[in-house]
Design a protein around this ligand. Structure first.
Ligand SMILES: Cc1ncc(COP(=O)(O)O)c(C=O)c1O
Length: 420
């Protein structure tokens, strides 16, 4: 006889309070943050923890330069400035991402141009980029969404053919590998977030890497209130130009530096949990885990699940299946969530092209761009058919992940009862 579903009063597969939140904090993190008080150097890239973090992150990514900032959006912004995106330029990015990817483009007074995602990896579909290029395009921004690297070689090939720069958004992908190399050293510039949720975190903060000296110099000045320090015959003098205050906070840098000691270990735990889930969900009709292309070493910032009604012997839409299975899984104690509810260009802000002031940046270059939410069917399909599981990371153990699999088995083996 099948086990009674929790929605029908049965015992939940996952006990209450079992799912722990990110990030795991250790005594080493506490000591690192407290040591900042002793140094009394609380901000700027020159402070000890910030400069050590820059050095170690550049090495980790195989990049020449790293800049630590006070946010991932800010890191993206200085990367775009660094590669020379001009007001009124167009920058191509995937329609499915966090809104910050597009916000950073707007911060540079440039116009976001969205293309649809690849239906398997959910990262930008390189085959669609060429059609989106116009004479105003200056850069492409692939996003390593959910910790899954985008197909960088294909993106770089189109970019080089058309003389465009590439800034990759690796906010969700610290430690993810593309063809065996950590992301952060393969494009013109890469931006990472250090916010509380990220695989590498300082609470808030950001990092930018590049191998290009000119990109580095411009990005560093842009994030440092336009300041450039020069040696003027033995005396250091600082000049100010255009820029923003994206200076890092030393407490956050100390925390991120301490967490970096354990990044590989944490990423490995995420991979083991994700692989276990994916392997077992593959045996359960109606649901599946994420696909990993051969080139990718993902870090599963968020574990995605897809609801697949076609695999079931019942006649239901994906919306009906997702909604009913969601309720049943939640009752079983599975921490399930929806992250983005629509592709970015479907957001009212883009539909209305509100921007700031009188519709800037769209007015900057008399842009004729409009956004049609129906132009991104794969992004729409992704949002409709997918959800995420919380807790697929340390300090949670495989015990939780095994219980998640039990919950999925229980719910999908009784899907008639679940659908009511
Ligand atoms: C894909 C993506 N890009 C950019 C960002 C911006 O990072 P931050 O929150 O540090 O500004 C985020 C943060 O959630 C993100 O997920």
């Amino acid at each position: 006889m099948s086990e009674k579903l929790a929605i029908h009063g049965g015992t939940a597969a996952v006990p209450d309070g079992m799912v722990e939140t990110w990030p795991p904090l250790t005594q080493a993190d506490r000591d690192a943050v407290l040591s900042v008080f002793d140094s009394n150097q609380l901000h700027t890239r020159n402070a000890p923890k910030a400069s050590a973090l820059e050095q170690r992150w550049a090495e980790y990514c195989g990049a020449e330069h790293c800049i630590v900032t006070n946010g991932g959006t800010q890191s993206l912004h200085i990367a775009l400035a660094g590669v020379g995106v001009e007001p009124g330029d167009e920058v191509i990015l995937p329609a499915f991402s966090y809104w910050s990817s597009a916000a950073a483009i707007l911060h540079q007074n440039a116009v976001p141009i969205f293309v649809d995602i690849d239906p398997q990896t959910f990262t930008i579909d390189p085959a669609l980029i060429e059609d989106a290029i116009t004479e105003r395009t200056s850069a492409i921004m692939p996003v390593h969404i959910h910790g899954m690297p985008a197909d960088l070689d294909s993106v770089m090939e189109v970019a080089r053919k058309h003389g465009l720069r590439v800034v990759d958004d690796a906010a969700q992908a610290q430690g993810a590998t593309y063809k065996g190399q950590a992301v952060g050293g393969a494009t013109d510039a890469t931006a990472f977030s250090l916010n509380r949720l990220k695989n590498l975190t300082g609470g808030e903060g950001g990092l930018m890497t590049t191998n290009n000296e000119a990109v580095y110099t411009c990005a560093a000045a842009t994030g440092g209130l336009g300041s450039v320090t020069v040696d003027d015959g033995g005396t250091e003098r600082t000049f100010f130009g255009h820029g923003y205050n994206y200076r890092p906070v030393e407490f956050a840098a100390a925390m991120a530096l301490s967490q970096l000691d354990r990044l590989d270990e944490y990423n490995q735990q995420r991979r083991e949990m994700a692989d276990y889930l994916t392997e077992h969900l593959a045996d359960i009709p109606g649901v599946s885990g994420p696909y990993t292309p051969d080139y990718a070493g993902p870090v599963h910032f968020m574990y995605t699940i897809e609801f697949i009604p076609d695999e079931l012997d019942i006649d239901v839409t994906v919306d009906e299946l997702k909604s009913a299975a969601w309720n049943a899984l939640e009752a079983e104690g599975v921490a399930i969530l929806q992250w983005q509810r629509e592709p970015i260009p479907a957001m009212q802000f883009f539909q209305d092209e509100r921007g700031y002031g009188s519709a800037y940046p769209w007015r900057c270059g008399d842009s004729q761009v409009t956004y049609n939410a129906d132009d991104y069917p794969e992004s729409q399909r992704f949002v409709a058919s997918h959800a995420y599981l919380r807790g697929v990371f340390a300090p949670n153990s495989m015990d939780l992940i095994e219980r998640y699999v039990d919950a999925f088995r229980k719910v999908f083996s009784q899907i008639d009862a679940v659908m009511g």
